[in-house]
Design a protein around this ligand. Sequence first.
Ligand code: ARG
Length: 270
Amino acid sequence: MSPRTARPRHYLMCRPAHFTVDYSINPWMDPAKPTDNGAALAQWEQLHTLFLRLGHTVELIAPVPGLPDMVFAANGATVIDGKVLVARFRYPQRAAEAPAYAAWFRENGYRDVRQAAHTNEGEGDLLVAGGRILAGSGFRTDTRAHAEAARYLDREVVTLELTDPRYYHLDTALAVLDDTEIMYYPGAFTPGSRAVLERLYPDAVLATAADAQVFGLNAVSDGRHVILPEAAVHLAERLRGRGFTPVGVNLTELLRAGGSVKCCTLELRH
Ligand code: ARG
């Protein structure tokens, strides 16, 4: 089995101080069900602490009142080589997050900060895999944004089409494990996109429907540790079999909004 080495990462996160579910823009969100802000904060804090304990650097953006989904920092932008492509959210409920993220980058010394022209939900749909970007579409990010990202971030972009509304962002159905390896749930993709994934990643780790349903693919890897929802037990076993170290976390309160580990974590690449 290949030895796995962790590379220290730089992340941006947003404390869920104003987290709640008071609108519905994906099938997981039911405003009729009460949320527990204290539980969301405590679960998120465990993820934050875990990243620090694993030796990663975590920056924090101030949560904005009235933007309950801002905790899902992955959606704020895509950052490669210090270049920042700021999101353009599909739904008006999240639109004001984009200027908040843009301001954070400008205030923190990023000089190349561009507001996306086309609908683009950041790393929710644009996953950086080595030299390429795997780009989701179908529910949120516009395919014109894929071309925009390819030009601005100077990477090859592979468009993947999502079909199941429960897996509305690419990062709910696929995770990058290292520069050349991924894991995904085939059932979330069109037959054409499944064929693309099989061709590019013949050895990918495949998730079961049960793993996907608990958001097991919404994971963050540092090349060795794979942080994922603890309920994704089959997936954890498969990752162990490949020499990764799965680390399960409990983010069930945030799952009420349709998000988990990866959604909370934006990677800053310099
Ligand atoms: N409620 C949020 C939305 O529907 C959840 C976003 C989750 N983020 C992610 N990267 N998948 O937009």
